[in-house]
Ligand binder design. Structure first.
Ligand code: ADP
Ligand code: GLC
Length: 456
């Protein structure tokens, strides 16, 4: 396929700025497209002051500064937009400054070609943060990818009073709706799994935007995210205690012992350890695990290792459970990449009890590390995890239907039965580790969608 020039516009990019899977997905797709020979460049905000050792200045865009990140040789070109007064140090301020930051990002995306003398063939905008760009008439077709309909970027029109040329009229409620505006204006709308693409056309999952989505005919197109196996691969991961792979999983025992030693010293070495690494928000169903834990602790031998931060009520509940059951429940409150990798490697089971999940990456990471995912059947979880059947030997995880503690308890108890079954467990782990969700398998769907936009 002839090389294309693609501009990615996003709030996050793994390695530079990350709060969740958006960063991994944008960086992974960018890397895969670059690897396929395309000229793909990335525009993200500068959230904190950036020194000359990290980036050099290319010029002004309005009253913002455009910087080029000093990237490792061969990597894609990454531009950072430094907007006046917004070097707050936080990725999301949670107030009206977010509106200003991301309106400026969209405006800068449209003006970038003039500064660089480089014209993108397609603008690929991600989530509400970049969703105003399609409405600001950039000089090329636009794709808008929904990574999470739960975040829509709704602000009082007054929040944008000081921002010049923003083409987003307030709606009847007096608010500017970033995502809704973008969903109407984009030439193509995609989302990050086939099941989520179907779900969000219904009122149950549409979060008030299902009618707008249905109006788009065939859209949204659902393309499953890939995994960047350069980062998430136990045979080469420098953050875990011992390397291992599907052919020789023995290093997993070391990773397992080390994690237990740190988080749950004294915990029964033959009992299964259940990991969870997540933003602690309603979407993720962490409250289902919290509600299920007393019964799970009474009915099974399992231990639990939880890493996450977010909602203070959930954080306190997890702290309380860890205090009450110090030998069985460990909770680390925070964002910790090395520990996340160690949990993927060192746990036996990994829970993702989400109420909704556009794609979900952690279950795919867990699979690669031979850690069996226990997930709710929704969105991308439904597209990647198949309930194991010991009789046929098919399947790679444990899947439950209903977002309630009983559903989660059921699925975890099935997984613990398999863990205790000397014939079933190695088969299940092998199935998990052999699953291939690499970006190389997904990138063709994006290339095809871009090609149709550029030459309809
Ligand atoms: P979401 O984007 O909705 O948060 P994903 O499953 O797509 O969910 O991606 C989550 C990403 O964020 C994964 O890379 C996961 O390892 C990481 N992550 C989430 N919480 C933490 C944490 N507390 N510490 C380190 N990494 C985390
Ligand atoms: C969002 C979703 C998650 C998805 C990620 C990357 O944050 O919550 O399901 O995997 O974006 O697309």
């Amino acid at each position: 396929m002839a090389p294309m020039k693609i501009l990615m516009v996003a709030a996050e990019y793994a390695g530079l700025v990350k709060t969740g899977g958006l960063a991994d997905a944008v960086a992974g797709l960018t890397g895969a497209l670059a690897g396929a020979g395309h000229d793909v460049r990335v525009l993200v905000p500068a959230y904190a002051p950036i020194g000359p050792e990290t980036a050099h200045e290319l010029g002004p865009i309005g009253d913002c500064r455009l910087l080029e990140h000093r990237n490792a040789a061969g990597g894609p070109r990454i531009y950072r937009l430094d907007a006046p007064g917004l070097d707050t140090g936080s990725v999301y301020t949670g107030d009206d400054r977010d509106a200003v930051r991301f309106a400026r990002l969209a405006g800068a995306a449209c003006a970038l070609g003039d500064v660089l003398g480089w014209r993108a063939d397609v603008f690929h905008c991600h989530d509400w943060h970049a969703a105003l760009a399609p409405a600001m008439r950039p000089p090329a077709p636009t794709m808008l990818t929904v990574h999470n309909l739960g975040y829509q970027g709704v602000f009082p029109a007054s929040a944008l009073a000081g921002v010049g040329d923003v083409r987003a009229a307030p709606e009847a409620d007096g608010n500017v709706h970033f995502l809704r505006t973008g969903l109407r204006a984009a030439d193509r709308v995609t989302t990050v799994s086939p099941t989520y693409a179907r779900e969000i056309r219904t009122p149950e999952f549409g979060m008030g935007l299902d009618a707008v989505l249905r109006d788009r005919g065939d859209d949204p197109l659902g393309i499953l995210n890939g995994v960047d196996y350069q980062t998430w691969e136990p045979s080469t991961d420098p953050l875990i205690d011992a390397p291992y792979g599907a052919e020789d999983p023995s290093g997993k025992a070391t990773a397992r012992a080390s994690l237990r030693g740190d988080l749950l010293p004294g915990f029964d070495r033959n009992a299964p350890l259940v990991g969870l690494v997540s933003r602690l928000v309603h979407q993720k169903g962490v409250d289902l695990l919290i509600d299920a834990l007393p019964e799970l602790l009474a009915r099974t031998r399992a231990g639990f290792a939880v890493l996450g931060s977010g909602d203070a009520v959930l954080e306190r509940a997890l702290e309380g459970l860890a205090d009450a059951h110090p030998g069985r429940v460990a909770f680390r409150n925070g964002y910790d990449e090395p520990l996340a990798h160690r949990i993927f490697a060192g746990a036996d089971l990994f829970v993702v009890p989400s109420r909704y999940e556009p794609c979900g990456l952690t279950q795919m990471y867990a699979l690669r590390y031979g850690t069996i995912p226990v997930v709710r059947r929704t969105g991308g979880l439904a597209d990647t995890v198949l309930h194991f059947d010991p009789a046929s030997g098919r399947g790679n995880g444990s899947v439950f239907e209903h977002a309630d503690p009983q559903g989660l308890i059921w699925a975890l108890e099935r997984a613990i039965e398999w863990f205790d079954d000397a014939a079933a467990w190695p088969r299940l782990v092998r199935n998990a580790m052999r699953a291939d969700f690499s970006w190389a398998r997904q990138v063709g769907a994006y290339e095809e969608a871009y090609r149709r936009l550029i030459r309809p």
